[in-house]
Design a binder for this molecule. Structure first.
Ligand code: HEM
Length: 406
């Protein structure tokens, strides 16, 4: 991929050889730790720098390292827009990802509409179904004495809960799993083809619900009003497709990183077995230490960042995995402390676009770890295998092969 030219207003002293795709530890790395691999930025170089080829298509971005500085970017949507036309750039389709690509003040109307769909109360109502899915998957491989976390557990679990949320039958799980696999791990062509398939599926679901009304997610959106008018088909599609994009890979990756950590740190695994109350704070610590998402914004006005000009049109990246290793916010940030106090991590972002699915994501991780630890005896990384980690727009992990006795 040919890098784009570095804009003239970027001082050469602030250009850094850094990329979420190519820096050390960002390519597929056996036994890697991509979040730890980036924490060096807190100890060398300035808190803002320019990375010349830092997106999947080779564009340059500013990178903001400190949590406090990220907050001021993310809480200033008048200057830093999240409307980046992701689908237009990727598919040539004018489909705004709602509400992620809608800036305030309009953003608030969509959030007010959608918040109840993923509220703690709604998540409570999904708990039994989600737990049953986790148990079924784990019981399916338990007797084998081994599993590959991502394919046998994390993805089928995340996809199953998503289908439950959509009100779509489990019969379609394998189809969804295939799209998720292509979209999150395939070649660029496969990714684009899978994105198109997901858009077409959601379009089909929308048409079906118009013909046969149902009391489910799409049915709700068809009845819903925003600013005193019904949602357009494009808005409904944008909402549904964004949930697929935002809610599967993230949850699966978190489960993968967490179980990999527990396999490699038997003391931590034993602590959670001995004290189930510790699972909740441990999940928060894992969200902090193994954060996977960066927030990317586009400046729509010039901005003076402590004397450095961020020009309208520049991309600005606020990586959660870097903010969450900021020593100014977290004492001893590279240490994973399951009972960490005052863990105000940013894994679910700050500001208006704070993750809509955070209650569900937290619950999925708690259920996943609770059931795994309750049903699978002490596990480890199977000798002769190595988990593969990687960076990118969303950090990930694969090939987490565990084994256990009895
Ligand atoms: C471990 C799991 C998850 C993590 C780490 C995560 C993280 C994030 C982050 C950092 C953002 C902000 C993105 C930005 O501002 O550019 C975000 C937004 C969002 N997330 Fe999540 N997420 C997770 C799971 C989910 C789930 C399960 C759902 C829904 C089923 C979901 C739905 C959304 C939506 C709709 C937004 C956009 C919110 C808005 O623009 O107002 N996420 N998420």
């Amino acid at each position: 991929m040919q890098p784009h030219a570095i804009p003239d207003h970027v001082p050469p002293g602030l250009v850094r050889d850094f990329s979420y795709f190519r820096s050390p530890g960002m390519a597929r790395t056996p036994n890697g730790d991509p979040q730890a691999a980036l924490s060096f930025v807190h100890y060398s170089g300035p808190p803002i720098f320019y990375a010349p080829a830092n997106t999947y298509d080779g564009r340059g971005t500013w990178v903001i390292t400190r949590a406090d500085d990220q907050r001021r970017i993310l809480q200033n949507p008048e200057t830093f827009s999240s409307n980046r036309g992701i689908f237009k750039a990727a598919l040539g389709e004018d489909l705004p990802m709602v509400p992620l690509e809608v800036d305030p003040p309009d953003h608030q109307s969509y959030r007010a509409l959608q918040n109840p769909l993923l509220s703690p109360k709604r998540v409570d109502a999904m708990e039994a179904g989600a737990r049953e899915r986790a148990v079924r998957l784990i019981e399916g491989f338990k007797a084998k004495g081994s599993c590959e976390v991502m394919n046998d557990f994390a993805f089928p679990f995340a996809v199953g809960v998503f289908l439950q949320f959509l009100g779509v039958s489990d019969d379609r799980r394998d189809e969804f799993l295939g799209w998720a696999d292509d979209q999150f791990h395939g070649t660029l062509e496969k990714r684009l083809a899978a994105m198109r398939t997901v858009v077409d599926f959601m379009r089909g679901l929308l048409e079906q619900r118009k013909r046969e009304p149902a009391d489910d997610f799409v049915g709700f959106l068809l009845q819903a009003k925003v600013k005193d008018r019904p949602l357009t088909d494009k808005e409904i599609l944008g909402i549904a497709v964004l949930l697929f994009e935002a809610g599967l890979d993230t949850v699966a990756a978190a489960l993968g990183f967490d179980l990999c950590h527990l396999a490699k740190h038997p003391d931590d695994q034993q602590r959670l077995r001995d004290d189930r109350e510790l699972i909740k704070p441990a999940v928060e610590e894992f969200f902090r230490a193994y954060s996977t998402v960066q927030m990317l914004r586009k400046a729509v006005k010039d901005y003076d960042f402590d004397g450095i000009l961020i020009k309208a049109g520049d991309l600005v990246s606020c990586p959660t995995m870097i903010a969450n290793r900021d020593p100014a916010e977290f004492p001893d940030p590279d240490r994973i402390d399951l009972a960490r106090d005052n863990n105000r991590h940013t894994a679910f972002a700050y500001g208006p676009h704070r993750c809509l699915g955070s209650h569900l994501a937290r619950r999925e991780l708690i259920i996943g770890l609770e059931e795994f630890l309750a049903r699978i005896p002490t596990f480890r990384i199977k000798p002769g295998t190595a988990p593969l980690t990687y960076g990118g727009h969303v950090f990930g992990i694969e090939n987490v092969v565990l084994d256990w006795e009895g």
